[in-house]
Design a protein around this ligand. Structure first.
Ligand SMILES: *Cc1c(COP(=O)(O)O)cnc(C)c1O
Length: 231
């Protein structure tokens, strides 16, 4: 497992979680449209079992991991001890990992092509697993980043609907680093409304208040909960 630069002492996670919850509530009250506060998904890549257990004890229930293999190393035991936790895959998925991903994750946020859509659907049927799925949209059209280009999204959604593939709930995006994310959140909100998809996973530590303004239903928070990572 990778080491972290400033590991958060377990006690600090509870304080950080309370602060983030307050900010989320305030941003939700400030937005124009009604609706429940978004779910806080703790982006827990590189965090060890002790910190994760402290976060669970503090009341965090949703966690996001980037790598199937890393999650397999730490989550089966945590899930057994805390069956109410909900695990999201927020990093890219290869179709040869669909078996493991469907077995372990409750939400897969990074569907971005038909091959992955089909592999995940097949495994959901085989394993009788009800996994919630989000399509990752590469709103900044960055070549190094996962996600379907906005112009290719209609075909991927049509693939789901034509073949009656189960589980599709919403859209997710990771805007380009260091730019104003608002236009990206606005675009994702517009696309989700257009296709009547209820879930919108957007916003990270630096910009979740903005994402909430644009209707985020899930915010993925790492640094603000767990401290800085070295990678
Ligand atoms: C790490 C990560 C986050 C959280 O990032 P922070 O800036 O640390 O809050 C959110 N989404 C994805 C996809 C990530 O990989």
């Amino acid at each position: 497992m990778n080491t972290i630069k400033n590991p958060t002492p377990p006690g600090t996670v509870a304080t950080a979680f309370a602060a983030v919850q307050q900010q989320v509530q305030a941003a939700t009250r400030a937005r124009l449209t009604q609706g429940a506060a978004p779910t806080i998904v703790g982006a827990s890549k590189t965090q060890g079992p002790q910190v994760l257990a402290a976060a669970i004890a503090a009341g965090l229930t949703h966690f996001g991991e980037n790598k199937v293999q890393e999650a397999q190393g730490k989550w089966p035991a945590l899930k057994e001890a805390h069956p109410h936790t909900v695990l999201h895959l927020i990093g890219g998925l290869q179709s040869n990992k669909a078996v493991e991903a469907v077995a372990l994750f409750d939400v897969i946020e990074t569907i971005d092509r038909e091959k992955i859509a089909d592999a995940v659907a097949n495994e959901m049927a085989k394993q009788s697993r009800d996994v919630k799925l989000l399509i990752q949209v590469n709103t900044g059209e960055e070549p190094q980043k996962g996600g379907v280009a906005p112009r290719d999204l209609p075909a991927l959604i049509a693939h789901y609907r034509k073949n009656k593939l189960p589980g599709l709930c919403g859209l997710m995006c990771v805007p380009p680093f260091d730019i104003n994310p608002a236009p990206h959140f606005a675009l994702l909100q517009k696309l989700a409304a257009e296709y009547e998809l209820p879930w919108l996973s957007m916003g990270m530590s630096s910009d979740y208040q903005i994402a909430i303004r644009f209707g985020a239903t899930h915010v993925r928070i790492g640094t603000a909960l767990f401290g800085e990572r070295s990678i």
